[in-house]
Design a protein around this ligand. Sequence first.
Ligand SMILES: Nc1ncnc2c1ncn2[C@@H]1O[C@H](COP(=O)(O)OP(=O)(O)OP(=O)(O)O)[C@@H](O)[C@H]1O
Length: 300
Amino acid sequence: MEPVLNVDRITKRFKGMTAVDGVSFSVVRGEVAAILGPNGAGKSTTMHMLLGLLKPDGGSAELFGNAPGSKEARERIGVMLQDVSLMDAMKVREVLELIRGYYRNPMPHRDLLRLTGLSEEDLKKRAEKLSGGQKRRVSFALALAGDPDLLFFDEPTVGMDVGARARFWTTVKDLAAQGKTVIFSTHYLQEADDVASRILLFNRGRLIADGSPAQVKGQLLRKTVSFKLPDKVSAERLRSLPNVLSMDLGMERIELVTDDTDRLLYALVTADIGASDITIGQGRLEDAFTELTRTEEGVV
Ligand SMILES: Nc1ncnc2c1ncn2[C@@H]1O[C@H](COP(=O)(O)OP(=O)(O)OP(=O)(O)O)[C@@H](O)[C@H]1O
């Protein structure tokens, strides 16, 4: 598999705080990789280093074997960042043609409109007159203008309505199926799960999980073991059971959140506390995500 991006222990510090802390990963051709994480996790800083907009304090990155920001790398990438100024005074067509003019093999005009959903009418407008959603479409068109092999999207769907979001991701998947590689950042686990073939989960500047959505979810997912108890059993006693991450002591039922159902169940049954009507439930993914990132905070 052809490596498109190689990141080796990349690090960035800002005035005594470490925004990105020794992150390593690589991405191969045709992957759609989501850089996922809460606010301040280091997603944008990482992306900016990969684009050559920020210089790392340690480690390195290579795009198609070239340094970020080099002419060779820039010619093969397309970028959609947050809050891009679209040269407001120009018409959309002029902006697009200007950017297409920078590239040796720009994407044909017709394909750009088809992929981004921009209309001929939109092209006649000045960028400043566009709605938020239309501006995102133009940003997408600018990212595709050079028909790049590698696309970077920083929180691309912010400001898009549901329909625009769905269309955008369908197009992204089609582009990946044609062999283009896509790296995007997002706060939303669900979005990463729906779209990405690969999830890079960041928290507090570190890469804390890396794998397919199924692998990362497997790592994140916590199950619940719920049961009834005949007599009052102290919370202390329940907490002493193995692999209990948290407890909910209801009037009717006790619910324990665990990262190892088998071990907990065995201990529960052999503890001889009279647990009955035992059920196992699937934890909610969003809860698991919150839990994992919170736990990591405690570790740092
Ligand atoms: N130019 C800068 N100067 C100082 N600190 C910065 C700078 N850029 C980012 N940081 C800090 O580095 C950390 C990581 O920020 P970054 O923007 O990379 O996170 P993020 O994951 O993209 O967050 P968000 O989801 O909120 O966009 C944060 O604590 C942020 O305050």
